[in-house]
Design a protein around this ligand. Structure first.
Ligand code: SAH
Ligand code: SF4
Length: 351
């Protein structure tokens, strides 16, 4: 069985030619898949039934991701879905919207790339649930298309995609890259590459390969600490030189792609939020050109807490004064468990 949502446009061309069909059928098929969101083969009425039959008998299918739970934040800007995949697996996908005046909102989809995660970050709900399996490219694409069809009904559309849901995208490299190619290919979903960001906790091999992909996507690295001793407490799977390695990875990624890397830093009360640590981080990053996103942590079962606001702004000030660009990103939708892995954790408790 092959899901049509994992087949790249060039492969669709080949498939259609091999079936003895004219080339425009490939465009028609791709258009249906990425703009009309069929739920199964029988929904694709523009495709002759003969061709649909041949596709089915050759083992092509359209997989589904069924919405089984939806939570919307009070301000209506964040929507979190629990989706059920073909094999019953539950995954999370989040939509974050930013409205400015009457213009179309920015609509960012946060996708999952794995069910659970092997990296075991202590403050992360996904890290604490262990690892189940990698997601296939079509299962990553399905998350975006599910929201795209919801938005289409409101005459809105997906403007950005961030790989910041459950799992470590670079530990599922090939399927993640296939999904990126499908989502950005002009004949498939067609989102601009610059509107996609992959976030990684630091899979070095993956970062190197990504720099060589000839993709203009953004990269975010989750640093969380200015030294290895502290970082290992938060990211137990990090290597002994992870901080140094990650800083040099940001430089080489920039050199190769011309794109600056964002560093993410989850601020946790009493753990990595002191002014001294801010100064150490400032020393480490000074002159590097990096941009730091400070994310006050979303409380999870591990007992980690968000620092008080004064402490957050103090951290920001010290970092800025050392010459490092930074912004505080208050996680949207924290009251609906919008941090990665939280909804699935909350929901599975009730099943
Ligand atoms: N595995 C990748 C991408 C998914 S996690 C990574 O770690 O980068 C996406 C982001 O959410 C990471 O920056 C991660 O540190 C952050 N995150 C995880 N749990 C969080 C929590 N409880 N509160 C705030 N941010 C969290
Ligand atoms: Fe995995 Fe990212 Fe969570 Fe760490 S923060 S456990 S790498 S999903």
């Amino acid at each position: 069985m092959t899901d049509l949502y994992r087949v790249l446009p060039e492969e669709v061309d080949e498939l259609v030619t091999n079936m003895g069909q004219p080339r425009y059928r490939a465009d028609q098929l791709l258009h249906m898949l990425y703009h009309e969101f069929p739920k199964d083969m029988s929904d694709m009425r523009q495709i002759p039934s003969e061709m649909r039959k041949v596709l089915s008998s050759a083992g092509y299918t359209i997989g589904s991701a069924n919405e089984i739970h939806r939570v919307v934040s009070e301000d209506r800007q964040t929507t979190k879905l629990l989706l059920k995949l073909g094999d019953g697996t539950l995954i999370e996908t989040v939509l974050m919207q930013y409205r400015k005046g009457n213009s179309h909102p920015r609509s960012t989809i946060c996708v999952s790339t794995q069910v659970g995660c092997q990296m075991g970050c202590t403050f992360c709900a996904t890290g604490q649930m262990g690892f189940e399996r990698n997601l296939k490219a079509e299962e990553i694409v399905a998350q975006v298309l599910h929201f795209a069809s919801v938005l289409q009904e409101r005459e809105e559309h997906v403007t950005n995609i961030v790989f910041m849901g459950m799992g470590e995208p670079l530990a599922n490299y090939a399927e993640t890259i296939r999904a990126v190619r499908l989502l950005t290919h002009a004949r498939a979903f067609g989102l601009g590459q610059r509107h996609i960001t992959i976030s990684t906790v630091g899979v070095m091999k993956g970062i190197d390969s990504l720099a060589d992909e000839d993709l203009q996507i953004g990269l975010a690295i989750s640093l969380h600490a200015p030294n290895d001793e502290l970082r290992r407490k938060l990211v137990p799977t990090a290597g002994p030189n992870s901080v140094k390695d990650l800083i040099s990875a940001t430089r080489s990624y920039f050199k190769k792609t011309g794109r600056r890397v964002t560093l993410e830093y989850a601020l946790i009360d009493g753990i990595n939020d002191s002014p001294e640590i801010a100064a150490e981080l400032g020393m480490l990053l000074k002159g590097n050109g990096a941009h730091v996103n400070l994310i006050p942590v979303n409380p999870t079962a591990g007992g980690f807490k968000r620092p008080r606001w004064k402490r957050i702004t103090e951290f920001e000030r010290v970092l800025r004064e050392s010459g490092v660009n930074c912004t505080v990103r208050v996680e949207k939708g924290s009251e609906i468990s919008a941090a990665c892995g939280q909804l699935r954790t909350d929901m599975t408790k009730n099943f």
